[in-house]
Design a protein. Structure first.
Lengths: 184, 286
């Protein structure tokens, strides 16, 4: 699964309208990408990605929609902006990743890292319920969903012992405000 | 002890500081108090959306940040201590400044117009304007003869659109220089901690975190000082090295430098116990 050199790009089914849409939504012009690979060299997690960040820029330039929406890169990227700071063309690469992730969900594309998406969904679920994140519940729900209660048992116990995980959530008073956000 | 004249700031703690990193919250409030900065918690603040909201739903991310902005009373800067929360708030603020449709949505949802003059800042931005030497002379300084590596995580990285808004380069080094703390050179000061990958992909985060902690130890530092409470948690939780060096929140160290006596519940909450190191330096004995 680790394709350290970056996966090869095949030129077929080019969808330039997709390219234009991503550009508009992300508000950044990835067509200026020089393929210098500064982003991929700096990215702390590129070794775990199928396409390197510069590869994803190429995919969206060419309108290779299906490849862009089904790569694991968009899920591994945490938006730390190490790439942005190194990009000589000032491309907001994590901004492009945000758009691709949202599109992948909207278009029911294959999600290459479903567990990471599960984490995001649990975090948002917690915010919707309480207005804030309740870490213990997020962890427990995530663990139940992925049927893995064992792996972080020791860590969880240590955090509970140090009172790092509150048993009850911190709630906001006007929760209707937040419900409204999620209903919009 | 003389205190400088108090200035009021609206304060956005964020979920990490409010829950997992209470010691970071308490020490921040304490060191600000010593500096004459009165942090008034933003009433009924909500989560900034964290990494997850902007990752999968940009509209929810924007609205969550907007609600917080709308709660801030006018004429008082809004300060956040979490680099990630700060970025989310600033991101929304910038969109509001540039986009009439966004401002109209804001008015409609929160029943008041967007305040373009609201100053949103990270705690470090305030520190940069503080005369630390003068302050330490007034308050009396506690010498901390300890070596450390400053760990900023990704807070120094920003999207280009927000690049000009602040520069937190070397804030920790400059601030701590006056009390004897010596920074060591290392390569991991701006390395990402892995953030949310820690939940679903600890297999990715653990080697990254171990490299950071090993790099710190190899530099000869006795401890790591972190700018971000989430980084702090990831480093502590995912490290599998045998004898990792302790990791402090920056605000804990700054409070110690100001001679605080309110540290009772801070250091016991760390997963990597810093108390033996502090004791060996004659600090935080009680």
């Amino acid at each position: 699964m680790n394709n350290r050199g970056g996966a090869p790009i095949c030129l077929k089914d080019l969808d330039f309208r997709f390219s234009q849409k991503v550009k508009r939504w992300a508000g950044t012009d990835f067509h200026t990408c020089l393929q210098c690979r500064s982003c991929s060299g700096g990215c702390p997690f590129s070794e775990y990605m199928d396409y390197m960040p510069n590869g994803v820029m190429r995919l969206v330039q060419l309108g290779l929609k299906s490849e862009a929406l089904t790569c694991n890169t968009i899920w591994i990227c945490v938006g730390c902006h190490t790439c942005t700071i190194q990009c000589p063309m000032a491309i907001d690469i994590p901004g492009v990743m945000d758009v691709l992730r949202e599109q992948a969900i909207a278009e029911h594309a294959d999600i290459l890292e479903p567990d990471i998406l599960n984490v995001h969904r649990e975090v948002l679920g917690s915010i919707e319920r309480y207005g804030r994140t309740h870490k213990l519940e997020i962890m427990l729900r995530y663990k139940l969903k992925t049927r893995d209660l064992i792996s972080d048992w020791t860590v969880g116990m240590k955090m509970l012992a140090k009172r790092k995980l509150d048993l009850t959530p911190s709630r906001i008073e006007r929760i209707d405000d937040v419900k409204k956000i999620f209903q919009e | 002890m003389p205190e400088t004249n108090s200035a009021d700031f609206s304060y956005f703690p964020g979920c990490s500081l409010a829950t997992t990193a209470k010691e970071s919250n308490q020490s921040l409030i304490e060191c600000c108090r010593k500096m004459g900065i009165n942090l008034v918690e933003l009433a009924d603040w909500n989560c900034c959306g964290s990494s997850s909201a902007h990752s999968i739903n940009h509209q929810v991310a924007f609205d969550l940040a907007c609600r917080n902005l709308s709660l801030a009373p006018p004429g008082r800067p809004l300060v956040a201590a979490c680099p990630s929360c700060t970025l989310r708030l600033k991101h929304a603020q910038q969109r509001l400044r540039n986009d009439e449709a966004a401002r109209s949505r804001y008015r409609q949802m929160w029943g008041r117009p967007f305040d373009p003059d609201l100053s949103v800042r990270h705690f470090f931005g305030i520190l940069a304007g503080v005369d630390m030497d003068g302050l330490l002379s007034t308050l009396g300084r506690v010498q901390i003869n300890m070596t450390y590596v400053p760990y900023y995580g990704c807070m120094l990285n920003r999207p280009f659109a927000l690049r000009a808004l602040s520069d937190h380069q070397e804030v920790m080094e400059k601030t701590l220089a006056g009390v004897g703390l010596q920074p060591k050179r290392w390569s991991y000061g701006s390395q990402c901690c892995g953030t949310f990958l820690t939940v679903a992909r600890p297999d990715i985060v653990t080697p990254k975190v171990n490299a950071i902690l090993q790099g710190a130890a190899d530099s000869g530092a006795e401890c790591i000082v972190t700018a971000c409470a989430m980084c702090h948690m990831n480093l502590e939780v995912r490290c599998t090295l045998k004898n990792p060096i302790p990791i402090f929140h920056f605000s804990e160290i700054l409070s110690l430098a100001f001679g605080t006596s309110k540290h009772k519940n801070w250091f016991a909450r760390h997963l990597i116990d810093p108390r033996p190191l502090l004791k060996s330096k004659g600090l935080a004995a009680s």
